[in-house]
Ligand binder design. Sequence first.
Ligand code: PLP
Length: 233
Amino acid sequence: MNTTIRENLEEVRKNIENACRKAGRDPREVTLIAVSKTKPVPALQEAYMAGQRFFGENKVQEIQEKYGALPSDISWHMIGHLQRNKVKYIVDKVAMIHSVDSLRLAETIEAEAAKKNVIVPVLLEVNVAEEESKFGLRVHEIEPLIDKIRDFSHIRLKGLMTIAPFVEDPEENRLVFRELKKISVDIAEKNMNNNIMETLSMGMTGDYQVAIEEGATMVRVGTGIFGAREYNI
Ligand SMILES: *Cc1c(COP(=O)(O)O)cnc(C)c1O
């Protein structure tokens, strides 16, 4: 890919606008998370200079390193599997944790956020396609978990996240996205509370336009912005 990060960002933003137009949605409803995992600080700086303020990372250590090296008006999104013993390192640095998938993790976030006197917005990660290899709650586990964490005062439940299966044709994931949207609407209605389900984090480089058509409010795009990942840094 011989395009620059700035050009890639412009392309992705244009695609987001087109997907919104197609779906009759306002592009301001969709937040682009630039997934910068494995990418060095200068790559993130380039995206920042092109106006990007939301970044997604999946490793605690990378968030710690990049947090200190980049401007403070960046919103950091933890999108990867989170080990409980590492929560304390990022709980006061991230704008949102997308990957809450157990009561034990939620309890740890609650405890560490209380110590630092912060309130952490979180999403519940749902394994919609019920793939064996994936983290995430099964659909029937979502509501029992919500019932337990609704009283936690340092966690603010904001919605649901899913990592759809890897597919060649993004259309194959349309029903996964539609299902997550349906689950969130059902939960909001049952709880008579739209706030706890205002965010739907779904869609990656291969399928974010389809995800937007099905209701995504956050898309997580890595390769489409930064190119192939650099696992040797
Ligand atoms: C890496 C990653 C992404 C971005 O994937 P791309 O296909 O490069 O856009 C999105 N979400 C999660 C949870 C990831 O780990």
